[in-house]
Design a protein around this ligand. Sequence first.
Ligand SMILES: Nc1ncnc2c1ncn2[C@@H]1O[C@H](COP(=O)(O)OP(=O)(O)OP(=O)(O)O)[C@@H](O)[C@H]1O
Length: 341
Amino acid sequence: MTYTQSNLPELPDFDLSIEIKDLTFSYPSRNSFVTEDPVNILDNLSISLPRGARCLLLGSNGSGKSTLLRILAGRHLTKSDDMVRVCNMNAFRDTKLNFFRAYLDCDWGMRTVAFAGGGVPLQADVPVHGMMTKLQSQYPERRDEIVDMLGIDLNWRMHELSDGQRRRVQLLLGLIRPFEILLLDEITTSLDVCVRQDLLRWLKKETDDRGATIVYATHIFDGLDDWPTDIMYLTDKGTCGWQGKLDELPYYQQLKESNHPAKMLAIADFWLRKELDERRAKRKMERAAGSRAFELDPTDRQGGYASGRNFDGKREPKEAKRTGRLSDIMGNAGIMAKNSD
Ligand SMILES: Nc1ncnc2c1ncn2[C@@H]1O[C@H](COP(=O)(O)OP(=O)(O)OP(=O)(O)O)[C@@H](O)[C@H]1O
């Protein structure tokens, strides 16, 4: 069946735009081969977000924000089915959700090109008005509104654009269809200040006027103090550090009372610095306890300078196991095989 604007699939009733129950997620490639135990990126995560919320997703590098957004966008299958629901539909299996869900990340228009590398911008000589033409013709007024808001020239040709202009085109194409839920993964990085502010204002209007829901993962908090209604904080262990209405966060109230000039930055700094200090203290303790990972000794050929020439072979096989980098392990592969249990 071909869907047009007038016969879009029906949206089920829902109060919660996002509902996640006890979600634990790990990447298959991070399991058994590289490490013995699966590395859980998200750990027992339960969160919910009401319809019409503007939610900032905070967390340190590698805490799993993009992973969570990709799961919500239906890009990753989770082990236990139906624990991730978006607009009361299964985030992975319900394909009609794609008519109501928009997901924008920094990978758009990037390709891996042999001999050139990954993340190479698409170099097609195509004008903006010639891209996704059906969608553009379905929502002409909305298209013109976004073109105006983002300062786009429809005659721009993709192979001639700067990073910021390319990002604007991505936003145009991603926002044309009126969404119920919008998932943004750090997409404002290359936008100039005016365009970024206009975009944030326009997104606020989308939630206020149409009741759409937005989740926005970012590390840039300029101009965001009065933007979110909700906050979601992912810890570096993949658990939920805090989630709820921004007004219910006691630290936010304190900052508001003291008229702090950068409240969101202060909140993020408070949470993430605590994690950073804990990680540093843990590393220090490990070093003090003499963890082998920090003290490879090149003289006994454990450091990978030669393939085990001074290896006496008398030590216990367990001791013979390498703890260094992959190159250390590979360099001594023969000796290891001989002495392995
Ligand atoms: N395709 C993948 N395969 C294996 N591991 C992955 C994959 N993608 C991400 N990871 C790992 O998952 C963890 C979380 O990554 P993710 O990109 O979700 O973090 P993030 O919070 O978005 O980080 P950042 O703030 O740096 O963008 C990281 O340790 C990363 O190495």
